[in-house]
Write a protein that binds this ligand. Structure first.
Ligand SMILES: NC(=O)c1ccc[n+]([C@@H]2O[C@H](COP(=O)([O-])OP(=O)(O)OC[C@H]3O[C@@H](n4cnc5c(N)ncnc54)[C@H](OP(=O)(O)O)[C@@H]3O)[C@@H](O)[C@H]2O)c1
Length: 221
């Protein structure tokens, strides 16, 4: 298969790249830094620089992948922002950083990669259960929650526009042991990504526009 991963220097994105390479797939994976690019090249990925929050950086994406036909595209880049417990108003800088990365990022990246999707491709955005309105029982990190609720809306619109061409889903990866998830998280990154790869492989056109747990269970928006 031919795989594209946006934001793959570490954590869940890097693990997707590692597992797909181990399975013998061709992987194009982006990072923001030279170290990230080198790390991806060392496992056999084609890699180039991309900052999803920077319009100038994203504007080059379509020509970088011109002529490709990706079977799977994963928009993974994300930041958590301030880890608040109640209703602490975010600074404008924090608001901009989180919303630009988690919401504007996919809104900039997905239009640039749409023409490089193979017919019947799978397109996944890494969202979070923390963005779910229906399942919410806590207001912690409310800026991050708002950003993931917003990107769920973005994914729904993507599915309405690209649904004929690609199966488009939002994923909750679980609470995963990465820099973001921390050492006390439930799931090793290998398991979360292994589950999401298996779910992606099973998706059918009827699944487009869904919000899915890493193991494929549908989640409430
Ligand atoms: N871990 C969890 O428990 C959990 C739970 C729910 C959802 N998620 C979601 O899953 C995704 C991956 O999370 P993770 O746990 O792997 O986080 P992580 O360990 O903090 O890694 C985040 C990744 O996103 C990249 N990134 C951040 N801002 C970027 C930008 N502006 N442009 C390009 N890349 C950027 C980082 O690149 P740099 O190395 O350059 O910073 C890094 O590769 C995120 O969308 C996150 O919200 C994670």
């Amino acid at each position: 298969m031919n795989i594209l991963i946006i934001g793959a220097s570490r954590g869940i994105g890097f693990e997707f790249a590692r597992q797909y390479r181990e399975a013998g797939d061709r992987v194009v994976a982006t990072a923001r830094t030279d170290e990230g690019i080198a790390r991806l090249q060392a496992i056999g990925c084609k890699s180039f620089a991309l900052d999803v929050a920077d319009a100038a950086s994203v504007s080059g994406l379509a020509w970088r992948i011109d002529g490709e036909a990706f079977d799977v595209a994963i928009v993974n880049a994300g930041v958590i922002g301030p880890r608040t417990t109640a209703l602490e108003t975010p600074s404008l800088a924090d608001f901009d950083a989180v919303m630009r990365t988690n919401v504007l990022g996919p809104m900039q990246v997905i239009p640039q990669l749409a023409d490089a999707l193979a017919p019947g491709a799978k397109l996944a955005v890494l969202s979070s259960r923390m963005g779910s309105m229906g399942l919410r029982t806590s207001a912690s990190s409310w800026l991050y929650r708002a950003s993931k609720a917003a990107v769920n809306s973005v994914l729904k619109d993507v599915s309405l526009v690209l649904g004929e061409r690609a199966v488009c889903v939002a994923f909750h990866p679980g609470w995963v042991r990465t820099d973001m998830g921390g050492a006390n998280a439930d799931l090793p990154v290998e398991q979360s990504v292994g589950d999401m790869r298996a779910t992606l492989a099973r998706l059918s056109p009827a699944d487009t526009g869904r919000f899915l747990n890493h193991d494929g269970q549908p989640l409430d928006w």
